[in-house]
Every structure is written in structure tokens, then in C-alpha cells.
Design a protein around this ligand. Sequence first.
Ligand code: FMN
Length: 205
Amino acid sequence: MPAILAIYASPRGAASHSGQAGRMVVERLLRREPDTRLLVRHLGVEPPPHIDAAYAAAMETPEAQRTAADRQALARSEELIAELEATDRLVIATPMHNFTVPSSLKAWIDHVARAHRSIALTPRGKQGMLADRPTYVLVSAGGVVSGEGPRQPDFVTPYLRHVLAVVGIRDVQFHLLEALVRGPDAVQAAERRARAWLDEQLPEE
Ligand SMILES: Cc1cc2nc3c(=O)[nH]c(=O)nc-3n(C[C@H](O)[C@H](O)[C@H](O)COP(=O)(O)O)c2cc1C
């Protein structure tokens, strides 16, 4: 059975612009393939803990030499990586916070992008160990970050593209909802553009 992992990184719950766009993608995927399992992580509301010294040490300890405490330190990482391995579609909905991803999403990435488990360190560099899968990333920003002469840099898109590729996820489509602080008309226009993008990516069947 196909399965979707939906990651919501806004702390704003139902009011979240990125969350609404992410749910639109998830609903479209479910309409196209109704027999799909859906797994949801509300990172913005229930953030994973930051990684700690025990995690950093356990990560570098070869598997055969890990103690029970090492395994415990990696338990959350194992759980989150297993969720990715059990799903074959990924939807990430995230706001831009201070030009990059919110810290809750970064904490999730620090558990999921792990040397020797999801990233192989080879003489040719880092190689992803997870299966590629269609991935949709919805980014919402209060200001303008794309097009000609944006007023600020976008470290969300290039960062997510890179870190997802490093774990093996390269089939990634991004859509940016921007200028959302400009009021309801700007929000409606961004939502219309997001729907048009979705119709192109995943046409109604
Ligand atoms: C802590 C914080 C930092 C933010 N930093 C930026 C930023 O760097 N650039 C920007 O355009 N908007 C920024 N915003 C605005 C949000 O990106 C914008 O309101 C977005 O629509 C929120 O998405 P959400 O509704 O999914 O939470 C910031 C908002 C917060 C709360």
C-alpha cells in the first residue's frame, strides 16, 4: 500500500499558510490513490528534541560496539528514519523563519540525516542511503524571496534541496508562497498560484 509522510513545521497549527498548502497536496495525493496510508508529524507543535552529546557520540560508535545507552540515544533518530523508510511519498510544509527552516524542522533533519545510517561516507563523498521518492515542499514566507530583486535571501529552498539529496531524496518539487504579510489579497493570490502549481504537478484524474 502506498504511504505518505506529511511534515508540518509551522507552530501555527490550523492557521498556518504552509500547512494549508501542504494539506492541499496531501488531499490531492489521497484522491489520486485512495488506498494510501498517511502518517503526519506536526513538528512545529511537537518539535523533536535537539540532538545532544550522547547522540553525537553514539552516531560515531560502530553499530556492533554500541551500548544500550548508545541505542537509547539514537532511538528517536531510528524512529524518524523508519517513518521515512516506511513511506514512499513525502510532503514537507514549512514557513521561512529568519531566512531558513524553523528550528523544529532542523531538529528533525538532525535526527534523520545521520552519518552511517541514512548517509554513507564514501571516498567519493556523501551518498544517500534512503530510497528516492516523489517529494513536495511548500514554503511560506512573509516577504518576497524569489523573482527579480528579492529583498532577502532564501536559504530554505537550497538548503532543503541539498540535505534531502544527501540522504537520497532527489525527486523534489518546491513551491513558494510569498509576500503573505501584504494582507488577504496577497494571501489569496498565493493560494491561487499554489493550486495552479498543484494542478500542474498532480492533475485531478
Ligand atoms: C520567527 C519568525 C521568523 C520569520 N522570518 C521570516 C523571514 O526571514 N522572511 C520572511 O519572509 N518571513 C519571515 N517570517 C514570516 C513567515 O514566514 C510568514 O508569516 C509565513 O507565512 C508563516 O508561515 P505559516 O503560516 O505556515 O506559519 C517569520 C515569521 C516568524 C514567526
